[in-house]
Design a protein around this ligand. Structure first.
Ligand code: EPZ
Length: 420
């Protein structure tokens, strides 16, 4: 397994370009199963989870070609295998995103149930009950969810018990081909949901309200091909902003959407970081002197859980006590013990982590436990004295495109030690 060696401390400076959003690209790729015509996608990030989704679509019968300009062309002329096998689902839970599209397009789907996960239980019960409301017969056997629809899905009113991002996307993708109107209440408002809805509208779907808690869909008989550019990755942008801030650096984060990051930017400003929004760029400047701020993760437009670990790394260097409350996942503090190995003073009490700072960080051997936890270790290592060795960086490769190249471009001393 590859490792990173990061030598700190470093003051990051320069410019970095943000890639397409992984969490948008995943449902957008799944949406390509809804039409027999080719869909052209721009700015799909080259990360491991996307590789997994591509393999899944190919398994379903789609062909995927890469154009010279980097665009991906996904063509699901026929769906021959409406199934997401265990081998793919176990490495990427977002595989359940094909459930809605497969059942809407072919009338059946067989998707392996995701198992446990480093950040919590992560059930997909609402994907299942939602499809049931849309008229699918859902059964579970041998670790698989099986969906069948005798004729065509039919519109319904479905209220999510709690907000789910991929659940909203999955049901939205099913509803676009259903007979009649579907209303999704208490829907997720994440920018990634809006991005998928925009592609679906380009494909001929009739959707209103994406980005609000109520999404209305009028089903159509078929969808056609389309061309779409994925939104920039707000979590990657936020990760670089936090990295700049922890090092007392000055970094211009280019090609991002500051509007998708308002909660983080507000917290950074409260912590004493200068953030200047310039169109699709963010200039992040810090003297290195940070004030502690409390933070609670919430659904969008609240503070993203996917930036909690990175913000915690930053707070280890802030003056005073910062209370970080995780409200989305029950077990998303795996990075705490690793940050502690580097010298951070953090105590966990249930859903809250209490960070006392600033504490001098020193390089240590640490283990990446999930994607965003790895990002927090990479950030902390920039501020730590000496060498930090981060093991299991395959987690970070799932969601960050060329992270070491991008950080080295900002002056980081970082190398990948490849497994023999
Ligand atoms: C999406 O996961 C993201 N993944 C996650 O990104 C992100 O952390 C999460 O949303 C929250 O923002 C993708 O978009 C591919 P949820 P998702 O369903 O959709 C509970 C990353 O690092 N729940 O919104 O799987 C669930 O347990 C990641 O890129 C149910 O109880 O998350 C959680 O507590 C990891 N029943 C909460 O809802 C259900 O049927 C929110 O989860 C579904 C969810």
């Amino acid at each position: 397994m590859d490792k990173f060696r990061i030598t700190g401390p470093t003051r990051l400076s320069g410019e970095v370009a943000i890639s397409g959003a992984k969490n948008s690209a995943l449902p957008v790729l799944a949406a390509c199963l809804l039409t027999p015509e080719p869909v052209v996608l721009h700015r799909i990030p080259r990360v491991r989870d996307i590789g997994t989704m591509r393999r899944l679509l190919q398994h379903n019968g789609a062909t995927i070609t890469e154009r010279e300009d980097g665009a991906l062309v996904v063509h699901a002329a026929e769906v021959t295998q409406p199934e997401a096998p265990y081998d793919l689902v176990k490495t990427m839970r977002a595989s359940s995103l094909v459930l809605g599209p497969l059942v809407a397009r072919t009338g059946r789907a067989r998707v392996s149930l995701p198992g446990g996960c480093a950040i919590g239980a992560r059930p997909i019960g609402m994907h299942v009950t939602g499809l049931e409301q849309l008229g699918a017969r859902m059964e579970q056997s041998h670790g698989y969810i099986e969906a069948t629809v005798p004729d065509r899905l039919r519109g319904c009113v479905y209220t999510f018990d709690r907000i789910t991002v991929t659940g909203t996307e999955d049901l939205l993708m099913a509803a676009v081909l259903a007979d009649g109107e579907t209303v999704l209440e208490n829907a997720a408002r994440e920018p990634e949901v809006v991005d998928v809805a925009e592609l679906l509208i380009r494909m001929g779907a009739r959707i209103e309200g994406a980005g609000s808690s109520t999404i209305r869909v009028r089903g159509v008989g078929r969808l056609h091909g389309a061309e779409h550019t994925i939104i920039p990755d707000r979590i990657e942008a936020g990760t670089f902003a936090a990295a700049a801030a922890i090092t007392g650096g000055e970094v211009r984060v280019n090609g991002c959407e500051p509007e998708h990051l308002t909660a983080l930017l507000s917290k950074l400003r409260h912590a004493g970081v200068t953030v200047i929004e310039e169109g699709k760029s963010l200039l992040v400047k810090s003297s290195g002197k940070l004030a502690s701020v409390d933070m609670e993760t919430q659904e969008h437009p609240g503070f993203a859980t996917d930036l909690q670990a990175q913000f915690m790394a930053l707070m280890t260097q802030a003056e005073g006590i910062s209370i970080i409350t995780e409200r989305i996942f029950e077990n998303r503090f795996m990075h705490v013990l690793e940050l502690a190995r580097m010298g951070a003073n953090i105590r966990v009490e249930g859903q809250r982590a209490i960070v006392a700072g600033p504490r001098r960080l020193t390089g240590a051997e640490v283990i990446a436990s999930d994607l965003r936890a790895s990002a927090s270790l990479v950030i902390a290592a920039q501020a730590a004295d000496g060498d930090t060795i981060i093991d299991r960086v395959y987690h970070i490769d799932r969601g960050y495109e060329k992270i070491e190249e991008k950080l080295r471009g900002l002056g980081a001393r970082m190398e990948r030690i490849e497994a023999k």
